[in-house]
Ligand binder design. Sequence first.
Ligand code: OOG
Ligand code: MG
Length: 265
Amino acid sequence: MTNREAHNVMTDRQDLESIAALLDGAAVTATPVPQLSGALTLDQAYEIQALSMARRYGRGERRIGIKMGFTSRAKMAQMGVSDMIFGRLTDRMLVEAGVAVSIGRFVHPRVEPEVAFLLKAPLSGRIDPMTAMAAVAAVAPAMEIIDSRYENFKFSLTDVVADNSSSSGLVIGPWADPASDLGNLGMLMEIDGAARQIGSTAAILGNPIFSLVAAARLVAERGEQLVAGDIVMAGGATAAEALAPGQYVKLSVERLGLVAFGVGE
Ligand code: OOG
Ligand code: MG
């Protein structure tokens, strides 16, 4: 490496750190920022994500698992992005089921119907669905509250990865025995008693277990692994719905049950 190249690597690194600081600040203050200028590689975007997570961990947040993104056609179509991505989840993002979450901590939050896995064993790299299923302690109906830190909720693939894949909240319903086939369970998401999204777990890669398989591979590509105790969010089965104060949001997943939360000021 020449001096000049070494210098570029160092400047790049500082740039990534300053973008991480920018996005972290946007999340902390719930103030949107313009989209990044677009020259990032996917590796750099995940590096920014990791640097922004280091800031969160530094403030005492604890990693609780990961979320998958763009695992359904409905989500890819809504956001105009077509590759699977992941983001890191922390304890600070957990919203207690049944209580009201304050909208003030978000920029422009949306909610989407998902399924969550709880792991009892580590998973890493290329695995088959049987191996993935054997590592699952429980499954639950779940909703993800996503919140892009970019203006107008508009982003490129690398933008959204850098922004921790819009991770900002998750609400987990009752954990159930994982034995039941998750392949085609009806999902109904209601806001204030009106049906807003109707779908099936089949929309998530044909079966949400494939999302867990993909999660193990994607995190391994970034030098991490899934560990026992991790929560893995499988990804939205339908398009997301905008949240507003006063709403009561409820998701029912066939056989898995109900999860609900309110939205406060
Ligand atoms: C990115 C996150 C995508 C999902 O479930 O597909 C996602 C976004 O839509 O803002 O969480
Ligand atoms: Mg999601």
